[in-house]
Design a protein around this ligand. Structure first.
Ligand code: ATP
Length: 230
């Protein structure tokens, strides 16, 4: 996917906040990219635009040869539904449903979904399918959220601070689940974090500041999540 010259200005009363100031970004198929940056640098704004949750004020956006720049609401909804998965900091699971049922919410409306148990197996929760969210740790709940996001086999997964609410040891299990999904399903991934250490599990690291990408690095070797700490 490719964004060019992306700008996003928010108007709050008379005040204009330029959250994105001309971002060029390309995500190759199957690539795992980590997006670093301090609070307020524009990471979530960029993710929301790439994921079709928001529109750029100017600039262009392409996905798999399709132009999303001028997509209407129905086209953006179709793009999100068919092609995109999201994982957010807070897991947003339905408390009254088991892990399996939470994943089924998505697989029932998708075109070629995995079986819920297969998705839960992939994130290491094969033994927990009948548990309710309250019976799972924070890291396990986040892995259910990952299973839910990938069960419809999206081409691209956007993760906004997926380990933000977790301690390092638990967060690593979530990153292991993401890493496995990326390798086994070749799902393209963009992971937002302000945790510099997480950059070591990526194919490529981008750093944002004041609405711009100011640095791009390619680690010599992509580390396994178990090899990092923060
Ligand atoms: N809906 C909105 N209305 C007005 N201003 C907004 C809105 N969303 C974001 N902003 C502003 O845009 C800038 C970038 O915000 P954004 O949430 O993208 O940053 P971030 O890097 O994701 O930060 P964090 O790490 O805290 O989530 C900030 O100055 C923020 O206040």
């Amino acid at each position: 996917m490719e964004g060019k010259g992306l700008e996003r200005t928010f108007m709050t009363g008379e005040v204009a906040v330029r959250a994105l100031r001309g971002v060029d970004i390309t995500l190759a198929r199957g690539e795992l990219v980590v997006l670093l940056g301090h609070s307020g640098s524009g990471k979530s704004t960029l993710l929301n635009i790439l994921g079709g949750l928001d529109r750029a004020t100017s600039g262009s956006l392409q996905f798999e040869g399709k132009d999303l720049t001028h997509a209407n609401d129905a086209e953006l909804t179709r793009y999100r539904r068919r092609s995109v998965g999201f994982v957010f900091q807070f897991y947003n699971l339905v408390a009254g449903l088991t892990a399996r049922e939470n994943v089924s919410l998505v697989t029932e409306i998708a075109n070629h979904p995995m079986k819920p148990d297969e998705a839960l197996e992939l994130v290491g929760l094969g033994e927990r399918v009948k548990h309710f969210p309250a019976q799972l740790s924070g890291g396990e709940q986040q892995r259910v959220a990952v299973a839910r996001a990938i069960a419809k086999r999206p081409q691209i997964l956007f993760c906004d601070e997926p380990t933000g609410a977790l301690d390092s040891a638990t967060g690593i299990h979530v990153l292991e689940a993401l890493d496995r999904v990326n390798r086994e399903l070749s799902t393209t991934m963009l992971i937002i974090t302000h945790n510099v250490g997480i950059g070591d599990i990526a194919d490529r690291v981008l750093r944002m500041q004041d609405g711009e990408i100011i640095e791009e690095t390619k680690p010599n070797r992509r580390l396994k999540p178990a090899e990092i700490s923060w």
